[in-house]
Design a protein around this ligand. Structure first.
Ligand code: GCB
Length: 621
C-alpha cells in the first residue's frame, strides 16, 4: 500500500512541516512548541460553514502506537495515513472504518465508560465530501480540542495546536480535493507540568474534540480579525480596526450599521489593517438592562461578514466600576463549562440556555466563566441576555512561572481568547490568573500577562483572582489583600472560603478586610459544599442547611467591604473533579454548586437569590 519511496517522501514532508514537533507523549510535550501555522478566524459562527460534527471513528492509543515505531521513531505509515492494508496485502493493525465512533463535539470521558478516566492520545477520523471553489482559502475550524492536537487531511499534516479551550483553524487549501477527503486528528489530553493548565486542577480533564468542527471557505483576501468598540471619550464614536489577511495595501474596507444609518470606508495599510472611525447618532448603549445588539456589516474586497454587536464602555474610577460612565455592582456567580444533567464538557445551545437561565433566575447581572474560555455560545448568549462576563485563561494554581515556554503558552491562549471574543459587549473583564503563589517569578510572569492583555485590548479591565492572607486579631481575624500582583490589575479579585476551608460560618461575622489597593474588588469566590437533598442541622457539614448558613454569614461580611464592587459565588452548579473523592457526598463532584448537576436547587441558592433580587448585597459606590 505504501511504497518505500512514498514513505520516504512522506517522512520528509512530515519533518519539513512539523520539524520535531510531532511528539505526542507527555515527556516529549515538554519540548513542544505551542502552535504552528494556525489562523484564528473571528466571528466564525457568522460565516457559511460545512459542519463536520457528528460521528467520528476513533482509536484509543495510550502508547502512541499510531505515531511511533518500536524504537520511538516517527512512523511513516502512522494512523494519519488512514490505510487499511500493509505492503504484503495483509490488514494493518488498525482500521478506522472498523473502529467505534464518538460524537463530535463531545468529550470522550462521558461518552464511553472505558474512557471515563482516560488521559492519553485518542485518534479521530472522519470522511467528508468537498468541492473546492476557485479563489478561496479553505480552513478546518476547531472550536476547541483538549489538550494537544495534530491534524492531517488526506495524509498531509496541516496543523497542530496546544491549549484545550480556544479555537484554531488549519489552512487546508490545496490539500482538500474535489470529491472524497478525510481528516485525522490525534488529540492528547495528557497533563504535563509545563502545560497551561498544569498537573493539578479542580476540574475534570475532559479530552477530545470538545467543540464544533467545520469547514470554512473564505475569499483569498479575507477578514481574519477586527476590533470595533465604543470610544470611552466619545459615546458617539465607534473605533478600532479591521485586519484583512493577504490584502493588498489600499484595499477598501467598509463597516456599516444599517439600523443607525452609519457607514465608513477605510483602506488597508502595509500591516493589512484598516483603522476604523464610525460616527454614530442615537446609539442605544448596551447594558444588562438594555442588551441592545446591532447588526454590523464588514466588507473587504469580496469578503463580507456580519456580526451582532453591542456597544458600551467599561472603566474604573477610584474604587468604582463604571459601565457607560455609571457605577455598577456585579451580582454574579462562577460557572464551570460542565453540562447540566448529562455532565461532561458543555458545548450546546441547550447547555448555555440552562446555565445562563439559572444565573438569571439567581438574580445575576454578571458571571465569572471559570477557569478557561467557555464555548462561544456562552459569550454570544451573555451578549443577548445582558449578562456581564469575567473571562479567564487557565493560568491556574502553580504553573511553571519560571519557564519561558509556559509563558509563551499562556500568551497564546490569552491572544486566542481575546481575539475570539473581543466583539462581545458582555465581556468586561479579562482575567490572567487564579490563586497563584506569591513569588517573584509569578509576579513577573503575570505582570507580563496583564500588560499584554492591555496591549491586545485596551478597552476592557484586567483582573485576577488572588489569594488573601489571614491574621488573627483579639476579636476575630483580618483578611489582608496585599499580593503584589494587585499592582498590575485594574480590578482585584479575591477568593475566600470562611466557613469551609477555615473557621465556622460565623467566622465571617468577626472578619474585617484590609485591602491595600484603592481599586474595585470582586469577591471572585466564596461558598461551601452540600449534597443536594442532604438535610440536617446548620452545624452539620455537607448539608444544604450548612451551605445556606455559610451564605447567611458571608453576605453581611461582604457588605462591610467598602470597595466591594462584585461577587461571583462559587459555584453555580456541581461539577466533576477527580480531587473530590468522598463516597456518598462527593463521588467525584465538587459539591459547592448552588444547584446540583441534576438541576436541584439547594437552599443556599435561595439565600443568595434573595440578596441579589432585593439588592441587599453590594453597593455600586
Ligand atoms: C478555589 C479554586 C476553585 C476550586 C474551589 C474549591 O479556590 O479557585 O477552582 O474549585 O476553590 O471548591 O475548592
Amino acid at each position: 500500500m505504501f511504497p518505500e519511496a512514498f514513505c520516504h517522501s512522506l517522512r520528509k514532508t512530515l519533518f519539513a512541516t512539523l520539524g520535531t514537533l510531532l511528539l505526542l507523549s507527555s515527556a516529549a510535550a515538554a519540548a513542544h512548541a505551542q502552535t504552528s501555522n494556525t489562523t484564528l478566524l473571528v466571528d466564525i459562527d457568522h460565516r457559511a460553514a460545512t459542519s463536520l460534527d457528528g460521528d467520528w471513528h476513533t482509536i484509543v492509543d495510550p502508547y502512541s502506537t499510531g505515531l511511533y515505531n518500536f524504537h520511538h521513531e516517527i512512523k511513516a505509515d502512522g494512523y494519519f495515513m488512514n490505510g487499511t492494508k500493509a505492503y504484503n496485502g495483509e490488514p494493518l493493525e488498525y482500521n478506522f472504518a472498523l473502529s467505534p465512533t464518538l460524537k463530535v463535539p463531545g468529550d470522550w470521558n462521558t461518552q464511553r465508560r472505558d474512557l471515563f478516566y482516560y488521559e492519553g492520545v485518542l485518534w479521530y477520523e472522519k470522511d467528508f465530501k468537498y468541492s473546492p471553489k476557485p479563489n478561496t482559502h479553505t480552513f478546518i475550524h476547531f472550536g476547541a480540542a483538549n489538550y494537544r492536537s495534530h491534524v492531517w487531511v488526506n495524509t498531509k499534516a496541516v496543523c497542530e495546536h496546544e491549549g484545550g479551550f480556544t479555537p484554531f483553524d488549519c489552512d487546508i487549501t490545496g490539500v482538500v480535493k474535489d470529491g472524497d477527503n478525510f481528516v485525522v486528528v490525534a488529540v492528547d489530553n495528557t497533563r504535563s507540568a509545563d502545560g497551561v493548565p498544569t498537573l493539578q486542577t479542580d476540574w475534570w480533564n475532559y479530552g477530545g474534540l470538545t467543540r464544533d468542527v467545520s469547514l470554512v471557505d473564505v475569499p483569498t483576501q479575507f477578514i481574519d480579525d477586527y476590533d470595533l468598540h465604543l470610544s470611552r471619550a466619545d459615546h458617539s464614536l465607534i473605533e478600532g480596526y479591521v485586519h484583512v489577511k493577504n490584502a493588498t495595501p489600499g484595499t477598501d474596507v467598509t463597516v456599516s450599521i444599517p439600523e443607525l444609518h452609519a457607514t465608513t470606508h477605510a483602506t488597508v495599510d502595509a500591516n493589512d489593517r484598516a483603522a476604523i472611525k464610525l460616527p454614530v447618532k442615537s446609539l442605544s448603549l448596551w447594558s444588562p438592562d438594555n442588551p441592545k445588539l446591532y447588526k454590523v456589516n464588514l466588507a473587504a474586497g469580496s469578503d463580507h461578514l456580519e456580526d451582532d454587536m453591542g456597544f458600551r464602555t467599561i472603566e474604573t474610577h477610584g474604587t468604582e466600576i463604571l459601565l457607560n460612565g455609571k457605577p455598577i455592582f456585579l451580582r454574579g456567580v462562577s460557572i464551570h463549562a460542565e453540562a447540566p444533567y448529562r455532565t461532561g464538557r458543555a458545548y450546546s445551545e441547550k447547555d448555555v440556555d440552562t446555565l445562563l437561565g439559572w444565573a438569571k433566575d439567581l438574580g445575576c447581572n454578571y458571571v465569572r466563566l471559570a477557569h478557561y474560555p467557555h464555548d462561544q455560545r456562552m459569550t454570544r448568549a451573555s451578549d443577548r441576555l445582558g449578562i456581564l462576563v469575567w473571562s479567564e485563561i487557565p493560568d491556574y494554581w502553580a504553573l511553571q512561572f519560571d519557564n519561558p515556554a509556559v509563558l509563551a503558552k499562556s500568551k497564546q491562549q490569552l491572544g486566542e481568547m481575546i481575539r475570539r471574543d473581543r466583539d462581545k459587549a458582555s465581556i468586561i473583564l479579562w482575567s490572567v490568573a487564579n490563586e497563584t503563589p506569591d513569588t517573584e517569578a509569578r509576579t513577573k510572569y503575570l505582570t507580563t500577562m496583564a500588560n499584554l492583555t492591555r496591549q491586545l485590548d485596551p478597552t476592557r479591565l484586567v483582573t485576577a483572582a488572588l489569594l488573601v492572607k489571614t491574621q488573627k486579631t483579639a476579636t476575630g481575624s483580618v483578611k489582608i489583600v496585599d499580593d503584589p500582583l494587585g499592582q498590575a490589575l485594574d480590578v482585584i479579585g479575591t477568593n475566600e472560603y470562611i466557613g469551609w476551608y477555615e473557621q465556622k460560618p460565623a467566622g465571617a461575622d468577626t472578619t474585617t478586610w484590609d485591602i491595600r489597593y484603592q481599586k474595585p474588588v470582586i469577591m471572585s469566590e466564596f461558598g461551601a459544599a452540600a449534597r443536594a437533598g442532604h438535610h440536617g442541622p446548620a452545624t452539620e457539614r455537607w448539608t444544604e442547611e450548612y451551605q445556606a448558613d455559610v451564605y447567611k454569614h458571608q453576605i453581611p461580611m461582604l457588605n462591610r467591604i467598602p470597595q466591594l464592587r462584585g461577587t461571583s459565588a462559587w459555584v453555580l452548579m456541581d461539577f466533576r473533579s477527580p480531587m473530590r473523592t468522598l463516597p456518598g457526598l462527593q463521588d467525584n463532584f465538587n459539591r459547592k454548586g448552588l444547584i446540583s448537576d441534576q438541576g436541584e436547587k439547594k437552599q443556599a441558592f435561595f439565600v443568595l437569590q434573595k440578596a441579589y433580587k432585593d439588592k441587599t448585597l453590594g453597593k455600586a459606590q
